[in-house]
Structures are given as structure tokens and as C-alpha cells.
Design a protein around this ligand. Sequence first.
Ligand SMILES: NC(=O)c1ccc[n+]([C@@H]2O[C@H](COP(=O)([O-])OP(=O)(O)OC[C@H]3O[C@@H](n4cnc5c(N)ncnc54)[C@H](OP(=O)(O)O)[C@@H]3O)[C@@H](O)[C@H]2O)c1
Length: 275
Amino acid sequence: MTSSLTIPAIGFGTFDRRDNAGIDAITYALELGYRHLDTAQSYETEGECGEALRRSGLERADVFLTTKISAANSVAGKLVQSLEQSAENLGVDAIDLTLIHWPVTPAGRLDMPGYLTELAEAQARGLTRLIGVSNFTIADLEEAKTILGPGVLANHQFERHPYLQNQKLVNYCLQNGIAVTCYLPLARGRCAGDPVIEQIAARHAVTPHQIALAYSLNQGLIVIPTSSKHERIKENFEAASIVLTPDDLAAIAALDRAERQINPAWGPTWDQQPA
Ligand SMILES: NC(=O)c1ccc[n+]([C@@H]2O[C@H](COP(=O)([O-])OP(=O)(O)OC[C@H]3O[C@@H](n4cnc5c(N)ncnc54)[C@H](OP(=O)(O)O)[C@@H]3O)[C@@H](O)[C@H]2O)c1
């Protein structure tokens, strides 16, 4: 079952935030006010998140922690044990949100009833407060609903930015009570130089990267940008206060060109194909 636990709208992504430089960036993000960290078993940054949380001096309850189960552990008989290890890496008793990272691997589709049933068991045991998925298609989400029942998945994390808006998938999630988390919300910095975004940014006296984040935030979606640089970590966090006009939103909506950056050859048949 989902719960009333709220996922903070702006989280700090931790892919590549490893070692001391990673701990420094994550600790700085927490000092600035980020209250949501996004990690994954495969990023090998759970330890860095745990260390930053300790260094920040914040209470455990003040920071929302998301992790993702790797493909190797999205297997019945392995998942719970791997999540216990994740909690230990993070230095916490329970994770706030646990996602299945991918429904497919280079070797083919994973056994959805097997991993989802065990993920629900982890939730029932109190090892994770909320459960969700990542990189699922609408067909995958329908299959998951058949396995778990409606209203059990709390979150879906997928690629979304001005150049890949995935609106059909966003709409499906919102209609089914599934919160949306946008990964690559900055399109990895590619919005700089876009004449439409630059013009809107100039009018709001902010940067094009902040406009990219504000676009999804203004639609009630969660974003998890990351940076190795303090000034950009701050810049991204400050995007949360930008209010775009309906004209701004319409102009950015028109920039969608299905430009997917995370697109492995073995990936799913996505709902939004390149134009
Ligand atoms: N579920 C999944 O399968 C999945 C897949 C990919 C990512 N994710 C999650 O999503 C998070 C974000 O994804 P991402 O890091 O790939 O993409 P991103 O947040 O869109 O972009 C990060 C890149 O943009 C640069 N950047 C950050 N802030 C900037 C700014 N204000 N101005 C200019 N450039 C800026 C960073 O470089 P510098 O470090 O040099 O600033 C970095 O190269 C990851 O950390 C991870 O937690 C999840």
C-alpha cells in the first residue's frame, strides 16, 4: 500500500557522485536545503549518501531517500536481502522509496511477478515505506497493476526534459495516482543556447537550466538534477521558486522532439518514439 509520505519535489541525483568529491557535493546539497537524495545499487553511491546524511547533522526523518534495485537483484529470493544491504550502506533502518531500476536487461525481460511480489513483501516488512519502478512503459505499468493491484506503486522515474516530454506516460501515471520523477531533467545541460528557453530565462532573470527544471516542477512533477559543482547545485535548487506563465509552458511544450539520451539497444519499446 502507498502511504501519505510526500516525496520532495526537488531531489539531488547521485549518479557519479562517488568518493570524497561525491560526499562533499551531497553534503553541500543537504546544507543548501535539498531533502531528497536519489541513489541506486548500481551507482555505488549509497555509502556516500549515508555519510553525507551523517555529516549534515540532519535527522533521518528530514531526508527522503530513494534507491533502486539493480537488475541482478530484481530476482525473487535476492531482492529483500539486497535491500537490507542498501539500508546498511545508507546507515538507516528503512528506505523511503525503493524502485525497480529496469524491467529489462541485455539478456531479456526480468520476471515481473517474481520481483514485484518480493518488492511488496519488502514494503510489508517495513524495509521500504514506498515502492515504485523506473524505465517502465505503459504496458509494463498495466502488467504491474495486474500483479500488485491498483494504488500500490507510488512512483515512476523516467527520462523527461523539454526535449523528451513523455507526455502520454506522464498522463497515465498521474491518472493512476503514480507520482512522476523526471531523470535527466536538465537534458544534461543541453538547454543552454536554445532560443525559446533562453528568451524565457532572460524574462525571469534566471538561467536556461533553471527553466528546464521549473518546467517539470510547475507541472507537479519531481526532478532530480545533479552536479559536481557547488554553484550549479545551488542554481538548480533555486529553480523551485520559479513560476512560469501559461505562455511559457506552452512554448516549452512545443520544444518536444522525443530526444532520448538513455536508450540502450536492449531497452523497452518506449511509449514515445523519436519523431
Ligand atoms: N532511473 C534511471 O534509469 C536513471 C537514469 C539516469 C539518471 N538517473 C538519476 O537522475 C539524476 C540526474 O541525471 P543526470 O545526472 O544524468 O542528468 P542531469 O541532471 O540532466 O544533468 C547533469 C549534467 O548536467 C550538468 N549540469 C548540472 N547542473 C547544471 C547547470 N545548472 N548548468 C549547466 N550544467 C549543469 C552536470 O555537469 P557538472 O557536474 O559538470 O555540473 C551533469 O553533466 C542522476 O544523478 C540519477 O540520480 C536515473
